[in-house]
Write a protein that binds this ligand. Structure first.
Ligand SMILES: Cc1cc2nc3c(=O)[nH]c(=O)nc-3n(C[C@H](O)[C@H](O)[C@H](O)COP(=O)(O)OP(=O)(O)OC[C@H]3O[C@@H](n4cnc5c(N)ncnc54)[C@H](O)[C@@H]3O)c2cc1C
Length: 306
């Protein structure tokens, strides 16, 4: 997977997208529409998040396997330790391997229902993502990525300690990290500096920045829930100004503003040498495609790897 990162022969930077497991048949159809549209833009990879709850999990593994088998997209499956024993985790990794998936984003996961709630380890499970990285690497020839946090993990009070925990995950065998979404590029750059200062060898591994184009004030709320952080005041000011003072938000203006903010961030990240741009899509292709179009990425009639 890491071979897909860094500048391409034409000088462009690869991009990748994150999908969520669909909840029902309509959601599944929407995911497939987005996947087919992204195929024509040639992402370096697509990733599928992993949620809590038995039925969601079965669907997640099935749909992720289908994406890997039935499209040209390099598929990365997220794996979390929430509510799983080590034996269950091994069997999930086996199910992904059977589906042809060799790339896993290995995470501890959040307590179900409350991102900031108390983490309770499964009695026969793992405590930290680092242990899961070792377990997956011991199970076979998997390419492993982990999470990184430009402003520190929401529970963490010490940025340097947080950086050391990230470096431990990389030393345990992770090849790259994908960041929590952020809206201030300085936070990404400072994370990169901290990791290099902590360990120059591990600091050379790609840190992929995660972006989310805001398309409405409701997605701001979602972005804050996902990142566990409020959006920077300057960003909120621009979005509120776009929303206007009327009783209803000017949705077209907020959307245009959100796309503009994501485009500006992407441009700065490219100029700062980011290895790839990872977009949260919420299973819609349109907003991310617009940002990519602003950056000069073009669609082709056929997928790149066909
Ligand atoms: C790109 C990305 C994708 C994500 N995808 C998903 C998903 O699909 N499903 C999902 O449920 N969640 C997902 N998350 C959220 C993630 O699971 C949570 O943020 C979780 O709380 C932390 O996961 P982690 O893998 O970083 O855990 P860890 O690295 O284990 O860290 C968890 C906490 O423990 C601390 N810590 C780590 N190691 C040690 C140690 N040795 N001693 C003491 N403290 C330690 C860390 O500072 C942190 O506060 C994602 C996050 C990111 C950034």
């Amino acid at each position: 997977m890491v071979q897909q990162l860094g500048p391409r022969p034409d000088g462009s930077i690869p991009f990748s997208v994150e999908f969520n497991p669909p909840r029902d048949a309509a959601g599944e159809a929407r995911l497939w529409r987005a996947a087919r549209e992204f195929e024509r833009l040639h992402p370096a990879f697509v990733s599928m998040t992993y949620g809590a709850g038995g039925s969601t999990r079965d669907r997640t593994i099935r749909v992720t396997g289908q994406l890997a088998r039935e499209t040209t997209l390099l598929t990365v499956a997220h794996l979390t330790a929430v509510d799983h024993s080590v034996a269950e985790l091994r069997s999930i990794v086996g199910a992904y391997a059977d589906a042809g998936i060799r790339n896993l984003l290995v995470l501890r996961g959040d307590p179900p229902g409350d991102v900031l709630g108390e983490w309770i380890k499964h009695p026969e499970g793992v405590e930290y993502a680092e242990e899961l990285v070792r377990m997956v690497r011991d199970l076979g020839d998997f390419h492993v990525g982990v999470a990184s946090f430009p402003q520190g993990h929401p529970r963490s009070t010490d940025l340097d300690q947080d950086t050391r925990f990230l470096v431990s995950k990389l030393r345990a065998g992770a090849e790259y990290s994908i960041t929590q979404m952020f809206f201030d590029v300085e936070h990404y750059l400072r994370l990169r500096d901290r990791v290099i200062a902590c360990d120059p060898i591990e600091g050379a591994k790609p840190i992929i920045p995660e972006l989310m184009p805001v398309t409405s004030l409701r997605t701001v709320q979602r972005a804050e829930e996902l990142s566990g952080r409020p959006l920077p005041a300057k960003v909120m000011e621009r979005l509120r100004k776009a929303a206007g003072n009327g009783p209803d938000e000017d949705r077209a203006a907020v959307r245009a503003c959100g796309i503009e903010i994501a485009t500006e961030m992407a441009q700065r990240l490219i100029s700062e040498g980011a290895p790839c741009l990872h977009f949260i899509t919420l299973n819609f292709a349109k907003a991310t495609s617009e940002v990519l179009a602003n950056l000069g990425y073009t669609m082709s009639a056929t997928p790149a790897h066909a």
